[in-house]
Design a protein around this ligand. Sequence first.
Ligand code: ATP
Ligand code: MG
Length: 455
Amino acid sequence: MSGGRIAIPAETAAVLGRLNAAGFAAYAVGGCVRDSLLGHTPQDWDICTAARPEEIQRCFADCRTVSTGIRYGTVTVLWGAARTPFEITTFRAERGYSDRRHPDRVEFLSELRGDLARRDFTVNAMAADATGLVYDPFGGQNDLQNRVLRCVGVPAERFSEDALRMLRGLRFAARLGLSIEPETASALHACRSLLKNVAAERIRKELEGLLCGTDAPALLREFADVLCVPIPELAPCIGFRQFNYHHRYDVWEHTLHALAASEPDEALRLAVLLHDVGKPAVFSFDKQLVGHFYGHARVSAAMAERILRRLRFDGKTVSRVSALIAAHDLELAGLTERRMRRLLHRLGERNVRALLRLRRADRLGKGTERPEDVQADTAAAEELLRRLCAEDACCTLRQLALSGDDLLALGLPAGKRVGAVLRAALTAVLDGNIQNERDALMRFAQNYIRNSIQD
Ligand code: ATP
Ligand code: MG
């Protein structure tokens, strides 16, 4: 039942001590105990207690408290001079999940064990008292030691109560390097369609965490069927042969290899996940029976945009990821300065940087290119990008050494043509035809205006 110890930070011990002094059992619980046992520093320390919400509020009458979760027994206390937030939740059981999302009602309990029993996985169902002594009725420490993720109780029942737990499980496994215990794994496959009942916002949050986990590729290989419930567009990619000597793998295997070769950045990993989602739709054979996917970048970008909107990703992420995907067939080898300026103009520095990483992951994921070659092309492109940015190379109208006022001074009437002349000047600079200097640009503008009037 108990055994093992973790270090409790002073502030957490003080909050637990306050509840204990008022006669209430209180423990640090969940992620903080798990992370401490793994030797990671917890992000936050959640607390569970026998005290009811009103009693929690009374205990912390001298602190600011936030009671948004009070219906479910949660009071957030802002503790001490630093106002560190602690979520303090009354021991509770959850009863009935008729909508498979929310418990029909919560029932407050007076003992820790029942509260631990409602939690999703054994590694999350541990608590520690103010001295750091660990309470572990479901064998979470053992599972952590063996690197196993296992449901508390009967997996299929737990997933039926709240289907989101399936994605949470994949996220924890991917991030903590756990393998999923067989009964939990088969329930994940069997119950996957219940994920249809889960709100898009909740799915999105878990998906982000899952994708950035170190073991995401392996988990998505084993549980691709689960991922295809929220993203059915990926299903045709699985096993889709490419019939092309540039590719060793089918579309989905290639995607997983590319994921493994990409940095754990959220927008980048989303772009990698969806970069070829349109391939099956545009596949064709040529006369030699070689496979081609003409236009797949554009089609994948459009599909990604729909998918990410449906999953309620924020607008910035949606447009960023689809812009990266639309540009992902960029040829890195021999990337010219002119092409790089145009990319910078179109996408901006941050996205170009991400695009180079996407391209690198994509090429490494083909399984047919020498990693040294990919590395060398990427390094050269990144160096070019670095140099252009260091020179503050002109890539936007804002950086152009010619303004609308300059054109008005030349006698051009205010209106649409001012913008057209500025854009023409920028294009000439991007293409390297003139320097970004005011005198040269003024001469360019005069000529341009004269010529376009003659036209
Ligand atoms: P992290 O915050 O590092 O992702 P965590 O374990 O703290 O991990 P939270 O989502 O903050 O995860 O949840 C806190 C705890 O609440 C979990 O450790 C788990 O015990 C419990 N829990 C959270 N969501 C669920 C759920 N859907 N079903 C059952 N228990 C849950
Ligand atoms: Mg947490």
